[in-house]
Ligand binder design. Structure first.
Ligand code: GDP
Length: 385
């Protein structure tokens, strides 16, 4: 009898303990969202129920609709505008990349530039990951100009001009986010896990919301359990919804679903996060190829952004080549430039893929993503002096 009572006691204890553990886990998982003021621009209100109501999903009718408090999001953030991002990001770029510009300037400003100095200039450029070809080109042009123009133009201005030419201001860096025939623009985000792909989807959604566009996200990275949850947290903050599927499910079917819902709800842009497992090339090709094919049954893909981590140097370049052989990459996002002094990768990767860097990530903050601008970049390299 006492043994039976003991067993019952243990069983009840175990159930209570399991309940307590579950409760703690649930509380921990709930994202903590700040509650800044609600934006005024047209946005999709959060919450699954709101999403199925065509009235609330029509961008023309969302203005003035109060946020859906049942979804747990009471107020929405107003993302930073592009103009003020650029000012702030320029300062951050100057911090991480300033050494390169200042180093070059110091070498080029010497009274006499001998062969050793030119060699040091080459080393500085190579260390910044600009790449062998572009380094040689830049050094040749600088040599010629300094010899021919000798002193007529300040060294700093010559260097600025040549660096801007190297980064190439003629490339079209606008994002393809405009759809045709009333269909949404479709952005595919591709890249290896860990490069900042999912974070960039969230940050890009914020840029588009700041530009008064309606956005829907597709969490097609079904292989990483946390990816959909991560996107939902990003989306909730600015009233952008996320279409996701079962963990380990077919990424293409989530992508298909996201674009279908984007069409139905007449949003401006659908951004699809894809899986970035670095498996063999054939597997990657199958996966991304299928995602693109099924999406295009409904709307053309208007932009394929390849996300690269600036801190990975040559490794990143190898990844970039593999991805560009698998999908038609139309733009590059260079993340983590804040944590790398190797801004030269901008030049190297553009040359290698023949595709412009369109966005740069300069921190983990929600608004630490900005359009890439060659002049701002070079000015940050050279500092204000
Ligand atoms: P994914 O696996 O490619 O989707 O990568 P995540 O989006 O999960 O990002 C991986 C890590 O990189 C996270 O800790 C991000 O906060 C961080 N990260 C992303 N972009 C940047 C950036 O521009 N700068 C810095 N410093 N960290 C970043």
């Amino acid at each position: 009898m006492t043994i039976l009572a003991l067993i019952v006691l243990i069983a009840v204890g175990a159930i209570l303990l399991a309940g307590l553990v579950g409760l703690v886990a649930l509380t921990r998982r709930r994202p903590k969202l700040p509650t800044p003021p609600r934006p005024d621009g047209p946005i999709i209100t959060g919450g699954a129920e709101a999403s199925t109501d065509p009235e609330t999903t029509d961008p023309g009718t969302t203005d003035g609709i109060p946020p859906d408090t049942t979804a747990g999001t009471t107020t929405l953030e107003r993302p930073e505008s592009t103009a003020s991002r650029l000012v702030r990001l320029r300062q951050r770029l100057a911090g991480s990349q300033g050494g390169l510009g200042r180093g070059l300037l110091a070498l080029l400003s010497r009274d006499r530039i001998d062969e050793d100095t030119w060699e040091s200039i080459e080393d500085t450029l190579l260390t910044a990951d600009i790449g062998v070809g572009p380094t040689q080109e830049l050094v040749d042009r600088l040599r010629t100009r300094l010899r021919v123009e000798g002193g007529r133009m300040p060294v700093r201005d010559v260097l600025r001009e040549e660096l801007v030419t190297l980064v190439d201001p003629t490339l079209d860096r606008r994002l393809g986010v405009a759809g045709t025939d009333g269909r949404p623009g479709v952005v595919l985000m591709v890249g290896v896990n860990g490069t900042g792909k999912t974070t960039t989807v969230g940050k890009l959604a914020r840029i588009l919301v700041a530009e008064d566009k309606t956005v829907l996200l597709g969490a097609a990275d079904t292989f990483r359990a946390a990816a959909a949850e991560q996107l939902t947290t990003w989306g909730e903050r600015v009233g952008v919804e996320v279409v996701s599927g079962p963990e380990g499910g077919d990424p293409a079917s989530v992508a298909f679903d996201a674009v279908r819902q984007g069409l139905e709800r007449t949003v401006d842009v659908v951004i699809v996060d894809t899986a970035g497992r670095l498996q063999n090339k054939a597997g990657l090709m199958d996966e991304l190829g299928k995602v693109k094919r099924v999406v295009e049954k409904q709307a053309p893909v208007t932009e394929v952004l390849l996300v690269l981590d600036a801190t990975t140097g040559q490794n990143g370049m190898t990844q970039a080549r593999v991805f560009s052989e698998v999908v038609d990459v139309t733009g590059i996002v260079l993340t983590k430039l804040d944590g790398s002094a190797k801004g030269g990768i901008v030049v190297a990767v553009q040359r290698a893929l023949g595709v412009p860097v369109k966005l740069v990530g300069l921190g983990e903050g929600p608004d630490d993503l900005a359009p890439f601008d060659p002049h701002t970049f070079v000015d940050a390299l050279l500092g204000d002096g």
